[in-house]
Design a protein around this ligand. Structure first.
Ligand code: S3P
Length: 430
């Protein structure tokens, strides 16, 4: 994408964002494991979630894909079959890690692989607890990296103290535990997103949660249901940013999921002085949803650290851009997990924003940004390195760049937000 930004821009209008990625993956996987028909409205047709559907199909699940609705004909945990080919998860860490939890308890052999980025991401964080439960894994780098094989087994329940606040690790263990006789427990150091817990209940199952300790009884029968997927807060985040950092902007984003385990960015933006209103609050399948009204705002730097980090981990690239337009210093700490995302996001955020003239330095577990509300970014060639959230952050940066921006590997935005560039152009005014 080439920006054509040569002046002050505004963003205006009323928009919707595509369905939530985390909820879409889980609706498809739980739909496949449940008995009976699951109808999913607003399923995200980004590449990651399409990979989840094709992997489930390769495992013998019958799926009817319609334009905005996906129908899964679930036949229960026992009716998956050994796939004849390698399962391709593309760029999607959630697909691989959650499916490893499902496959750990299946009595067959599966090989999973993904793209260049996915195959560099650590998988031992999931295979360690699942091996303890009785599954067998192998893969590159001593079983840590894909292509990865799993031979499932009748598992034993465990209590696992997860070293990382990772919803993917938690979900993989819960998915394995749901197929295992006895009670499986996972304890997190800090709360991560809780869509799996909510989804278990939406499918008629039960889970005991006590703080960050979650236990499921095995061999539960889940029943197919109807799921309406809310708009993805992590996608809305880029539009919120576009309105905040441009002048005279007023933007409404309708139907956005505001699960508190996902909206740490709102907490931080409030601290920074952002003019954001939430209204029309309601609930869809146990998930809170609302409309969001954002206006251009004068912002102040802040410190982002501790328990809020897992609640905004995917929003750090766009928060770094926002911080570059705030008065004073923003410090981001405790975010070492950024190093194992679709790219090493400490490295890629810092290198690309530096190219645009932002005063930003990497630290071991985050970054420090010296903001300036009058800062006009320079243009030039930047690289999203195939990372969807980098691509969208850089497209938003193009709204406040003095010269055109050429973003390499920007097509990766389609991983979670197909058509983001078109939507952003449609709401941008000179
Ligand atoms: C996700 C969990 C998070 C997040 C990812 C989606 C999920 O990853 O970064 O985009 O749907 O469970 P981790 O579990 O690795 O923190």
């Amino acid at each position: 994408m080439e920006g054509d930004v040569l002046g002050k821009k505004s963003v205006k209008g009323k928009v919707q964002v595509p369905g939530d990625k985390s909820i879409s993956h889980r609706a498809a996987i739980f739909g496949a494991m449940a008995v009976g028909k699951t109808v999913i409205h607003g399923y995200l047709t980004g590449e990651d979630c399409l990979h989840t559907l094709s992997c489930l199909e390769a495992l013998g699940v019958q799926i009817d894909r319609q334009e905005k609705t996906v129908i899964i004909n679930g036949t229960g945990w026992k009716n998956l079959r050994e796939p004849k080919t390698v399962l391709d998860v593309g760029n999607s860490g959630t697909t691989m890690r959650l499916l490893l939890g499902v496959l750990a308890a299946q009595p067959f052999y599966t090989v999973l692989s993904g793209d260049k980025s996915l195959n560099e991401r650590p998988m031992r964080r999931v295979s360690i607890p699942l091996t303890e439960m009785g599954a067998r894994f192998d893969g590159r780098e001593n079983g840590n990296k894909a292509p990865l094989s799993v031979r499932g087994n009748a598992l034993r329940p465990i209590t696992y103290q997860s070293p990382a606040a990772s919803a993917q690790v938690k979900s993989a263990i819960l998915l394995a535990g749901l197929q295992t006789e006895g009670v499986t427990t996972v304890v997190e150091p800090v709360a991560s997103r809780d869509h799996t817990e909510r989804m278990i209940e939406a499918f008629g199952g039960s889970i005991d949660t006590n703080g960050t300790r979650h236990s499921v009884k095995g061999r539960q029968k889940l029943i197919g249901t109807e799921i309406v997927v809310p708009g993805d807060f992590s996608s809305a985040a880029f539009l919120i940013a576009a309105a905040l950092v441009t002048e005279n902007s007023v933007l409404t984003i309708e139907n956005v999921g505001i699960n508190p385990t996902r909206t740490g960015m709102l907490t931080i933006l409030k601290q920074m002085g952002a003019n954001i209103e939430l209204f029309n609050q309601r609930e869809l399948n146990r998930e809170p949803v609302c409309d969001i009204l954002v206006r251009s705002s004068a912002l102040k730097g802040t410190v982002i650290e501790g328990a809020v980090i897992p609640r905004l981990i995917d929003e750090i690239p766009i928060l770094a851009l926002i911080a570059s337009q705030a008065e004073g210093r923003t410090v981001i700490k405790d975010a070492g997990e950024l190093k194992v995302k679709e790219t090493n996001r400490i490295q890629t955020v810092v290198s690309e924003l530096k190219k645009l003239g932002v005063d930003i330095e990497a630290t071991d577990d985050g970054m420090i940004i010296e903001g300036d509300p009058d800062k006009v970014l320079s243009g030039g060639v930047v690289n999203a390195y195939g990372d969807h959230r980098m691509a969208m952050m850089l497209m938003v940066a193009s709204l406040i760049s003095a010269d055109p921006l050429v973003i390499l590997e920007a097509e990766s935005a389609a991983v979670s937000f197909p058509g983001f560039d078109r939507l952003l152009s449609a709401i941008t005014r000179d």
